[in-house]
Write a protein that binds this ligand. Structure first.
Ligand code: ATP
Ligand code: MG
Length: 344
């Protein structure tokens, strides 16, 4: 197992949306298709990260598994030998390395993390140590597997940079213990991610569709009944222009629907635009999108139902054992470095 490691974590506390599917699940599945063979792909569910903010703990265990099932329904190939699928809390080295790294991380630098500052500003009384500390756990998630490539969104850039800082600091003090992941700039170049993909809210198309939104009509959930989802599309907020145009500024609602239609019917944007741009009946247009969404959900949910639970558990068990060995080897290097274990 000497292939360069791509590591990606898939956190999901709420039910994922169609936007998560198109913006995150599909690109990760495509990444597997493109890179497996040359690279090792670590896909883990950061279940320890799930309750840095309050959740319903009754559902955590099942949600963690469901999370993986959504990826499988989106096309993730469990049989691929370069892909490892595991749950963070099932490999205890994550927690153990976090403590060691904690002692080489400064309160000052953690306090500068934008995400923490934002949440802390909202309600500092209820902010937990877990939320404050989670970038260090994230550093452990990455460093344990010697991961070079960590494709993350912009909201995680700061956390990736602090991982690099912690690893470099540790290496400077103790020798080459950790592989330092590439910088965010190099990550972005490597992944060539389509950062432009932002499906809009169905009720306020100036905003993006978000799974945490309280407004049920603003989002299509992957578990929505297909006919209910179709109704949401039919009543989506658009505009009063009266002509279908692909124009994010003037007609964001219509434009987002054009994009959804192209992605779900596997056609180019040009082809879909050629069919609809210039037409004047929003009802007909929405009906085409609603049909595409309903038929996508029917297929997706059928795939979800047909997932072999046993095959998933088998994959988890093989992956957790293989990745546990790698993680423990890294942990041991760190333990020896700090003097918890005898040096060779
Ligand atoms: P939350 O409301 O909790 O922030 P979210 O729907 O924004 O939820 P995230 O957990 O923040 O989802 O992100 C999960 C993945 O989904 C990320 O890769 C993100 O880029 C992608 N994603 C989120 N919203 C959209 C969207 N509207 N269009 C395309 N991709 C999206
Ligand atoms: Mg978000």
């Amino acid at each position: 197992m000497n292939k360069p490691v791509i590591l990606t974590g898939i956190r999901s506390n709420e039910e994922p949306t169609l936007a998560n599917y198109l913006g995150a699940f599909v690109p990760i599945v495509q990444m597997q298709k493109q890179y497996a063979g040359e690279y090792q792909i670590n896909m883990f569910v950061p279940d320890l990260h799930s309750f840095t903010t309050p959740i319903d703990h009754q559902n955590l265990y099942q949600n963690t598994l469901n999370n993986l099932k959504y990826f499988i329904a989106a096309g993730l190939d469990l049989d691929n030998p370069d892909t490892f699928v595991y749950r963070q809390s099932h490999i205890s080295a994550h927690s153990e390395l976090t403590w060691i790294l904690d002692c080489f991380t400064y309160v000052g630098e953690m306090g500068r993390m934008t995400q923490f500052k934002e949440k802390n500003g909202e309600s500092s009384e209820s902010v937990t140590m877990g939320l404050f500390n989670y970038p260090v756990l994230m550093a452990a998630d990455i460093l344990l597997y010697n991961a070079t490539y960590v494709p993350v969104g912009e909201d995680q850039f700061q956390h990736l940079e602090i991982t690099r800082d912690i690893a470099t600091r540790f290496n400077n003090k103790f020798g080459e213990i950790f592989t330092v992941p590439l910088s965010t700039k190099e990550q972005t170049e490597f992944m060539k991610r389509d950062k432009g993909l932002r499906i809009r809210s169905l009720t306020d198309p100036t905003k993006k569709m978000s799974k945490s939104s309280d407004d049920d009509k603003s989002k299509i959930l992957l578990v929505d009944a297909p006919d209910e989802a179709a109704k949401k599309i039919m009543s989506a907020t658009t505009d009063s222009v009266g002509v279908v145009n692909f124009d994010w500024d003037a007609q964001p609602g219509i434009t987002s629907l054009l994009q959804v239609l192209a992605l779900l019917t596997d056609r180019s944007q040009e082809e879909v635009n050629a069919e609809w741009v210039g037409t004047t009946n929003y009802g007909d247009f929405k009906k085409a999108v609603a049909d595409a969404v309903a038929s996508f959900l029917e297929d997706f949910q059928a795939r979800l139902r047909s997932i072999d639970d046993e095959a998933l558990h088998e994959k988890l068990s093989v992956s957790e054992s293989a990745m546990g060995e790698i993680a423990n080897a890294t942990l041991l290097r760190a333990q020896k470095a700090v003097g918890l274990r005898p040096r060779d």
